[in-house]
Design a protein around this ligand. Sequence first.
Ligand SMILES: [Cu+2]
Length: 128
Amino acid sequence: MRRLLAGIALAALPALVIACGSDSSGDDGGDKPGQITVKMFDNSFKPNEITVKAGSKVTFSLPNVGILPHNMHIASERGVYRESPWMSETIGGGQTTKLAWDVPATPGKYLFRCDVHEAEMTGTLTVE
Ligand SMILES: [Cu+2]
């Protein structure tokens, strides 16, 4: 009887491992670790509110799904664009570019925008 119970316990183990594994591999849409896809429409980002981990490295994948030219430019810590080097190239509709960003170690809010449409094409990165 004791051997039979041990056998049942062992047989149940793989099921538990699989259950745990599927938990940790769940993701939010197919991006690789550290990669975040932000679609550029005419004229908005989707998503335009993004949360990232302080001190991590992220790469924004930026497909331009509109017709107009767009880019992504992240403001400096104090919200100034012209002093910030965090800027992708400007690309035309149907193209995709990338922007690698060493996320600051300081938690806070960082604004981003498209320089071509700076009034309406904006977003916020929350570093936490
Ligand atoms: Cu734009």
